[in-house]
Structures are given as structure tokens and as C-alpha cells.
Design a binder for this molecule. Structure first.
Ligand SMILES: [Zn+2]
Length: 391
């Protein structure tokens, strides 16, 4: 069965200019044709969807999130120590929110209890509405490091065991914590793992046919990760020009996460009662603004993630534009480039013939006003349209 979606404007996120009055033909879960409405032949039996006052985009890809967390509730590692059912119920609400905001693919950066594995199964089975998930299962972190909740991995053999167990369970990639973070008291440039531990995680990922993502804001932690072969650096909030140069040399990705630090519903709402965290975030905002303002001009590869600010990917996009990115680059950072980070760019991230029919329409033109990205009027994932008003 064919569906013909006609939109006022199409931005396919290949990097091409927008197309006015466009049609996308969908058959089953795939896009079978894309073109201008006055030239593309639409079979008469096709079901028509009229989005004539909206901009059609590929489904958004959140390159860094967690399903079980709500940053505004505070104490994120405490949230990850709660019993499984509490975390699962929160996750179901969170993935629905993501889908409603146009996120049709998300990379999940660490959960306890293999919760992401179970949730992915339920989403794929159609039991829970949510984005397609790229998962790491449990994050690999040292006992005294940021991100430690229930699972700790220490020593070369300790990290090797967690890595192998994660891969056996079905992890798509491995995630380690290299430095402290905004929501804890551990320093942003401190490194908790030894070189040998980081190298072992990279070696196990390699052997498993995948890669390592590392939580690293800057300093020695980020340097070690880049030198030892980590492929994606998460946050990079305080990375200096030397580190950016190294990232370019190593062809690594940086994934920016801004809403959690800047949005009033983020860490500000959850953890500002702790004066150390409050100070860290307030200072971190200024450093992030300055460092990202710099790195956006260097040509380093980057993409965007919400880091658990479910439904707010439009905020992250608006923020990176405020820091100096071109609006089109911000769009690519949450579509094609984010799909490259997740290693799923062959099937999602752009509107092209043969790709999965993950489509989102927004009211207005995001190239003129990024705020349009928050006005989502249509979401389709794998050829299935979601009812955005359903609870
Ligand atoms: Zn994270």
C-alpha cells in the first residue's frame, strides 16, 4: 500500500537546499520516491496525507540520551539505583515523549538492569510507542567515578568482563565514563580510569565489531580517550583547542548536549540545592558557550543529543545555533550526522529513496526560525503514523 505525503517544504537533510511543495511516497516501512509535487507521479490509489502548511524532515535522531532518567527530578545516579519497576515506568513515559517530539531514533547511553534491552524489545514488538533504540546496556564506570549507580567495573579484567557481558546481552556499542560530569561533584577534567582500563574497553569493542563512546568533558580524560581510540566523545563541554585538533586528527565525533545544562527543567531544577553542582553548572554554561563557539568553526565532526531531556531536542538545536552553528548544520546534527554517530546512516537520518520512512513535519521553517522544530505536527516511524494527541 502506497502513501503519498505532500508538504509545503521538504528538507531532506542530505545537505541539499529545501524543496518547495514536495511529495514523499511511502510503501510499507520504506521511502520509495521523493520529488516536487508537479513532477512526481502519484498513483491514484495512494493514500494522501496533506501537510501543505508544514516542513517535512527526516525523523530526528537523538545521539545521546538515557531512557530512565528525568534530570529535573535530581540525583541522577540515585534514580538509576531505584528498583527496576520505578525505572521502567519512567522510561515508558520518556520514550513516548521522545517520539511525540519527532525523535524516531535514539542512542541510549547507559541503563541498569539491561532495561534498554527490554524496552527496545517492547518498542519493536509494538507494545510501547517509542523511537528505535541503539543501546549500550550498562555503562562502564569506575567505583569512584561519575555515573556510578549499581554497576561498577574496576581493573583490566573487571572492565573486560562488563564489556563482554554487555556485548553478549546485545549492546550495540560500549560506553565508558572518563571524567566527572555537570550533575556530580567529580571534576570535569579528572580521569578515573587508567590507560590500561580504557585500552581494554576499546580492544573488546574492536573485537566485538563495534566502538566505544566516552563521557568526557575535556582535560586529561578526553585526551586519553582520543589517544586510545574512543570513537565518540560525549559532551566535550570544556574541550580546549588542542583537544579539538586531536579529535579532528583521530576522526572522532563530539556529541553536544546542551538542554540538560541550560534548560530550567534540567539540572537547574533537580540539583541546584547543592551549591557545588550549582556553581559548576553556572560556570560550565559560560565555558560551554565559549568552547563550542570555537569548535563550531574548526570543522570537527559533531552531532546533538538531549542527555535525557526528553522532548527537548529542538532546544539543543536552537542552542547550538546560538553558539554559532548555521541552522542547516544544526538540522544535520540531529538527523544525518547523528545517524552517522549511531552507525545507522544507511537506513535513517535523511529523506531518500530506499531509507526507512521515518518522517517528521513541523509548523514553520526551521531554517528561518529554529523554534519551529518544537511545533511537531506529524510523526511517522518505519511507515507507521503516530497519533500525537493520544495519551
Ligand atoms: Zn549522558
Amino acid at each position: 500500500m502506497l502513501t503519498a505525503i505532500r508538504a509545503q517544504r521538504l528538507i531532506d537533510c542530505t545537505g541539499a537546499a529545501p524543496l518547495e511543495d514536495a511529495v514523499v511516497l511511502v510503501e510499507g516501512d520504506r521511502i520509495v520516491a521523493v520529488g516536487p509535487a508537479d513532477r512526481l507521479e502519484v498513483p491514484s490509489d495512494a493514500t494522501a496525507i496533506d501537510l501543505s502548511n508544514q516542513t517535512l524532515l527526516p525523523g530526528f535522531v537523538d545521539a545521546h540520551t538515557h531512557v530512565s532518567l528525568i534530570p529535573g527530578n535530581g540525583n541522577q545516579s540515585g534514580q538509576k539505583r531505584q528498583p527496576f519497576p520505578n525505572q521502567l515506568f519512567r522510561s515508558i513515559g520518556n520514550v513516548r515523549k521522545m517520539l511525540r517530539s519527532g525523535v524516531t531514533t535514539a542512542r541510549v547511553m547507559g541503563e541498569e538492569f539491561f532495561l534498554d534491552l527490554e524496552l527496545r524489545r517492547a518498542i519493536e514488538a509494538g507494545e510501547v510507542p517509542g523511537p528505535r533504540l541503539i543501546i549500550t546496556t550498562r555503562s562502564i564506570t569506575a567505583t569512584n567515578s561519575h555515573g556510578a549507580a549499581l554497576t561498577y567495573s574496576d581493573g583490566v579484567e573487571g572492565v573486560r568482563k562488563t564489556a563482554r557481558e554487555n556485548l553478549k546481552a546485545g549492546a550495540d556499542f560500549l560506553k565508558l565514563f572518563a571524567t566527572g560530569g555537570m550533575s556530580s561533584r567529580i571534576g570535569l577534567d579528572r580521569v578515573c580510569y587508567s590507560d590500561a582500563e580504557i585500552a581494554t574497553i576499546v580492544e573488546e569493542a574492536d573485537r566485538g565489531g563495534t566502538y566505544v563512546a566516552a563521557h568526557a568533558h575535556g582535560g586529561m580524560g578526553m585526551r586519553k580517550c582520543l589517544e586510545l581510540g574512543v570513537r565518540t566523545i560525549e559532551h566535550a563541554g570544556v574541550a580546549d583547542p588542542e583537544l579539538i585538533e586531536l579529535a579532528i586528527k583521530k576522526d572522532a565525533w563530539l556529541v553536544g548536549t546542551f538542554s540538560i545544562a541550560f534548560h530550567p527543567e534540567g539540572i537547574e531544577k533537580g540539583d541546584f540545592h547543592d551549591p557545588v553542582i550549582r556553581e559548576k553548572v553556572l560556570q560550565g554554561r559560560e565555558v560551554k558557550r565559549e568552547r563550542w563557539g570555537y569548535l563550531l568553526r574548526t570543522g570537527v565532526k559533531w552531532a546533538l543529543g538531549t542527555d535525557s531531556m526528553h522532548g527537548l531536542i529542538s532546544f539543543d538545536a536552537a542552542k547550538v545555533v546560538e553558539f554559532g552553528a548555521k541552522p542547516m548544520d544544526a538540522l544535520l546534527g540531529m538527523t544525518r550526522r547523528a545517524a552517522e554517530v549511531c552507525r545507522v546512516a544507511d537506513s535513517v537520518g535523511t529523506i531518500e529513496e530506499g531509507k526507512l520512512a521515518d518522517l517528521v513535519a513541523v509548523q514553520g521553517n526551521p531554517l528561518e526560525e529554529m523554534g519551529a522544530l518544537a511545533r511537531v505536527g506529524f510523526v511517522m516511524k518505519g511507515g507507521r503514523r503516530y497519533d500525537l494527541s493520544a495519551e
